[in-house]
Design a binder for this molecule. Structure first.
Ligand code: FAD
Length: 401
């Protein structure tokens, strides 16, 4: 099972696995360099907001859960000031009453208030095994899957506010059956929602298994058994990693002119800006090839607007659930990636060509959203890169048996 590469069309996209496979090597390398540049490595997040849904007081005491923050004075003033001025622009728009975060109507994500939070150098805080396991982690995942229950007037999250042990079904698609519906009989939009969250979960698990701590030797190394149990024995999870990659690539392709016109310079040096734009141009070019996702087939039928509003509300909740993750580093990457996916969803389902025009709408996205989108795409391409490594390890393990 581990060695197999899925083939043929990637369901609900216009792309096939072979195309993603053929571009992923170059794409991953470009993104890997891009996320080390000053613009893309600094991310600001309020990591210490209370969990709005249940009493979450788990503290992951492992040193691997901790993050290194950077002093705000090390961050180019321009980006600090820019964040603030963009926030001013949105302050008149719709805000939720949740302290410390807000959203604009078109957002699929709650954004942190620019006056709160720490700057983090993402390149110094890699997403990998941290030892965060057990009830706290399971409750968060279960709640995320329960957000897939569309058509319910109350937040499913609020149904289990106690800290009672979380009993997990065999696979999270079972969660959806609690309302009597089978995932395969659901409408396209609900299936897409499930694929997004299951694909994110699978991608995070792939990183955990690929950069795993061997407690007996203290060494960091890929753990094949972890990968086989969590991913390879559920082939659809791997397929959803590809699905998310295509979805993110489509958003990057649509944002091409906007991203090319963005100002990436921190210091006034033209060179820094030019290098970033150059790397980004390659990513945008590849996105044009492999980002074959037809967003127009979603949210079309009767009640399309209601369904879209619900989809958005549920995804926003997923971004809020990140405040319930009981491990700082996991919460940081959870925030980056849910914001990255939310940005892609906004680009695909809320913004038309006119809105995406950089001359007409230069302040369309916050710097945070651009950083999150590119880092999230990097995470998914890194997962596919790790999958290649696991395939090799599997072949080697079986050759010596
Ligand atoms: P879990 O991964 O917790 O999964 C719970 C259940 O969900 C499984 O039993 C299975 O039924 C089902 N399931 C699993 N994968 C899928 C899938 N792809 N699709 C559908 N159903 C599925 N830990 C780290 O070490 N490092 C991190 O950076 C990290 N980041 C995290 C970020 C978030 C947002 C969360 C919620 C957790 C994070 N964790 C991290 C914890 C990690 O995801 C696991 O929860 C933990 O390793 C325990 O794994 P598990 O094997 O018990 O199953």
């Amino acid at each position: 099972t581990c060695e197999q590469t899925p083939t043929g069309p990637i369901e609900t996209t216009m792309c096939d696995y072979e195309t993603v496979e053929s571009v992923n090597g170059v794409l991953y390398n470009e993104l890997h360099e891009l996320v080390q540049t000053p613009f893309f490595k600094y991310f600001r997040a309020d990591l210490y907001r209370e969990c709005p849904f249940w009493d979450e007081n788990t503290l992951c005491m492992s040193k691997d859960c901790a993050i290194i923050t950077v002093d705000e004075s090390d961050i180019p003033v321009k980006w600090r000031a820019e964040t603030l001025s963009k926030l001013e622009r949105t302050s008149e728009e719709l805000r939720d009453d949740l302290p410390g975060c807000y959203y604009r109507d078109s957002d699929f994500c709650f954004l942190d208030d620019a006056t709160e939070g720490d700057y983090v150098d993402l390149s110094l805080n890699p997403e990998r095994f941290t030892g965060y396991v057990g009830d706290s982690a399971h409750r968060v995942w279960k709640s995320i899957y329960e957000e897939n229950c569309f058509g319910q007037s109350e937040l499913s999250l609020l149904k289990n506010p106690t800290n009672a042990p979380v009993v997990l079904p065999d696979t999270m698609s079972e969660v959806l059956r609690t309302d009597g519906s089978q995932p395969n009989e659901q409408c396209l939009e609900k299936r897409v929602y499930y694929k997004i969250v299951s694909g994110l979960h699978a991608s995070i698990s792939t990183h955990i298994c690929h950069e795993h701590l061997d407690k007996s030797t203290g060494e960091w190394r890929p753990n094949l058994e972890c990968y086989v149990t969590r991913i390879a024995s559920h082939p659809e999870r791997l397929q959803y990693i590809y699905f998310n990659t295509v979805l993110l690539l489509r958003a990057v392709a649509r944002l091409g002119p906007y991203l090319s016109a963005y100002d990436y310079c921190s210091s006034g040096s033209h060179e820094e800006h030019a290098t970033t734009v150059d790397k980004l141009a390659k990513v945008i070019e590849i996105a044009g090839i492999a980002g074959q996702f037809d967003e127009t087939v979603l949210f079309r039928g009767e009640n399309a607007n209601v369904l879209k509003a619900e989809f958005k509300e549920h995804f926003r909740n997923v971004t809020r659930i990140m405040d319930c993750v009981g491990c700082d580093k996991c919460r940081l990457w959870g925030k980056v990636q849910t914001m990255g996916l939310a940005t892609a969803l906004k680009v695909l389902f809320e913004l038309d060509e006119k809105a995406l025009d950089p001359r007409a709408n230069a302040n369309l996205l916050h710097r945070q959203e651009v950083v999150a989108l590119i880092n999230t795409l990097h995470r998914f391409t890194e997962s596919l890169h790790a999958v290649d490594d696991f395939r090799r390890l599997w072949r080697e393990a079986n050759a010596t048996d």
